[in-house]
Design a protein around this ligand. Structure first.
Ligand SMILES: [Zn+2]
Length: 451
């Protein structure tokens, strides 16, 4: 009897649990999301609030350029519905981590839609000159099933980046192998002109694509007759013509990404260093941060439509704060004397700040902390500091600052303070959020350069 009663009790208990379960399921669990580094994590949490459970991989004061993912990172990624990455090859380790984790969610590139700054390393200019001379700025290989695709060119800020451009489409899976032929076609005197809604096919003639000024977007159909790999060579960067969406889609409207491209923007990095990459530090311009926020808002709303209204409200309130900070930064930079507008930092992390707000930044190391400064680069920088009478240099929260300290002592330029380049400070530090970071950097620059 005793046994039976226990059995019954456990059945009842199980029943009680199962009767309660659906209600628990409906009271929604927060959406599991991962952001790769602290600055992006803060932006995601500003939009997601309580409706997301956020894991940030590279924490405060961490260097995402040279990060080594942990098994805990792989577990977090494997459970995530959405993975937010910066892109532009900032997180060189992310593809391996995603593969190892068996991630099944959506990967969102937060920089999608920004105007990336091409970065040329010393000694890399020849190769770039060569590409420009030979008529194409970008090449990409796509693995395509037979069918029709759409390649679009959108107006950005009210106009097309260029009024027309040449393009070559060849059946080939290898950019280098097809390059010579593409160059010859692009340089030839004859080409086929195509306008809005016209059809493109893989052929041995270059197209001249003309963009319809009366429309916000000019769209070409790409007709693929046979499944396989196709190389596209374009006179201008296709990203320059992206407003709100990806330039290449299938008929269902799904983005089609290249399996290889040159220069490589890091969407599908190969883990080794490429020439002619883009500067990944896009967050150093508040305008770009707004693009990040819009990308984050769309991604969260798509993954969790029940809370889309909240995400939209959070996003709008946050963008208003971003605009305030941007106005402060612009005013602070404008107030600086013309004679002290050159800033020296450890690595080249402030290109977007420079482009948006107008200071000139110089660094002994390149866009990644991975590369090492050459003796010649350091000597050149020291000369420049002396010649231009630069009085302050700035250390960074993420970088090894010994070289900068050495430069400071050799030139007599003072250390003007710490700039937060690629990571936030600890929660009790001066740059615990993106807004605080931008404000703090701007104030630090003003204090050191203003006097
Ligand atoms: Zn960096």
């Amino acid at each position: 009897m005793k046994l039976r009663r226990t059995f019954l009790k456990s059945v009842l208990a199980a029943f009680a649990i199962s009767a309660v379960m659906p209600t628990i399921g409906q009271a929604k669990d927060p959406l599991p999301v991962v952001a790769t580094f602290s600055i992006l994590g803060d932006m995601v949490s500003q939009v997601g609030g309580d409706h997301i459970a956020l894991t940030t991989l590279v924490g405060h004061d961490g260097d995402a350029h040279v990060y080594q993912p942990t098994p805990a990172d792989a577990r977090a990624v494997s459970k995530a519905s959405v993975l937010f990455v910066n892109g532009l090859e900032f997180e060189g380790w992310i593809d391996r981590l995603v593969d190892a984790s068996g991630f099944k969610g959506t990967r969102i590139i937060a920089t999608k839609g920004i105007d990336p700054i091409p970065f040329e390393e010393e000694g890399d200019h020849d190769e770039h000159g060569e590409h420009a001379e030979h008529g194409f700025e970008w090449a990409g290989v796509f693995d395509l099933a037979a069918g029709t695709y759409k390649w679009s060119f959108a107006k950005v800020d009210g106009d097309y980046a260029d009024p027309a451009m040449k393009m070559v489409v060849l059946q080939s899976g290898d950019i280098e192998a097809a390059e010579e032929k593409a160059e010859a076609l692009l340089e030839a005197d004859s080409s086929d002109t195509r306008r809005d809604n016209d059809v493109l096919v893989a052929q041995d003639t270059a197209y001249t694509l003309t963009f319809d000024k009366s429309k916000d977007m000019t769209v070409f159909s790409v007709d693929i007759k046979k499944s396989g790999k196709y190389a596209f060579f374009t006179e201008h960067m296709p990203f320059e013509f992206e407003a709100n969406e990806h330039f290449f889609k299938d008929l269902a409207g799904k983005d089609v990404e290249p399996i290889a491209q040159e220069p490589d923007t890091g969407h599908h990095g190969h883990g080794h260093h490429h020439h002619g990459t883009f500067d990944p530090h896009a967050w150093q311009s508040v305008q770009n941060a707004i693009v990040y926020i819009n990308n984050i808002t769309s991604a969260l709303s798509e993954a969790d439509p029940a809370n889309a209204d909240t995400y939209k409200q959070n996003s709008e309130a946050y963008i208003a704060k971003l605009k305030e900070v941007e106005a402060e930064i612009s005013a602070a930079v404008k107030a600086l004397p013309e004679s002290s507008r050159t800033v020296v930092t450890s690595h080249d992390a402030f290109g977007y700040f420079e482009k948006s707000y107008g200071l000139a930044f110089k660094a002994p190391t390149g866009i990644s902390t991975e590369s090492e400064a050459s003796a010649a680069d350091v000597a050149k920088l020291i000369n420049q500091i002396r010649e231009e009478g630069i009085t302050a240099v700035f250390v960074e929260n993420i970088a090894d600052n010994r070289l900068l300290e050495q430069i400071s002592s050799e030139t007599g330029a003072q250390i003007g303070g710490t700039l937060y380049s690629d990571a936030l400070s600890a929660p009790d530090g001066p740059a615990a959020t993106y807004l605080e970071m931008m404000r703090y950097n701007s104030q630090t620059l003003s204090q050191a350069l203003g006097s």
